[in-house]
Design a protein around this ligand. Structure first.
Ligand SMILES: [Fe+2]
Length: 186
């Protein structure tokens, strides 16, 4: 598996690339910007863009989507069917991701936004702004905060402890570290 993390200049949002070592199909996770390092990385590894997964539609995760699609055409997966006028394939809890060698499962993580999604792929989970290392995403009120906490417990903390947790901002973590030390859950 080929994996890369880019911290972008758009609100320091994270952007990830995950791809198969042999088939070279790549999934881009979030689209804050068409960061210059992305085409360079694709070029260096001979990757083709098979899809773009949008964790949620806040500007700092989608602002670069149009530019990315101009660079390479690819299906967009999100919890909504439209992102600022760009069509997306709407996904929900337990929908599969099947891009040949890249196989995963979408998980619903409502709270930060109602349509926030995560993705489990290989031994990694992409959490968007639902879960951060040592924190959780901001929510409009207490009800949505409880919703977010519950979704993280049910969808992420039930995964094997060694799975990597890749978040929308800040450093990555593991299921075990967050379950054990994240102050919102202990
Ligand atoms: Fe956000």
């Amino acid at each position: 598996m080929i994996f890369a993390h880019f911290r972008t200049e758009i609100n320091e949002s994270n952007q990830f690339v995950i791809a198969c070592s042999q088939e070279k199909q790549a999934l881009l996770i979030d689209a804050p910007v068409l960061d210059k390092r992305i085409p360079a990385f694709f070029e260096a590894h001979g990757l083709s863009l098979a899809g773009i997964f949008i964790t949620h539609t806040h500007y700092d995760h989608v602002e670069g989507l149009a530019d990315i699609l101009q660079w390479r055409q690819a299906p967009v997966y999100a919890g909504k069917s439209s992102i600022a006028g760009i069509l997306a394939e709407k996904k929900k809890q337990d929908d599969p991701l099947d891009l040949g060698c890249l196989k995963g499962r979408f998980i619903a993580l409502p709270g930060h936004t109602a349509c926030s999604l995560g993705l489990v792929i290989g031994e990694r989970v992409f959490t968007g702004d639902a879960l951060f290392a040592g924190s959780i995403g901001g929510t409009p009120d207490d009800i949505t905060k409880q919703q977010e906490i519950q979704a993280v417990q049910q969808q992420i903390f039930t995964l094997p402890h060694h799975y990597q947790v890749h978040t929308g901002h800040g450093p990555s973590s593991t299921v075990w570290i967050e379950k054990t030390f994240n102050p919102f859950f202990v």
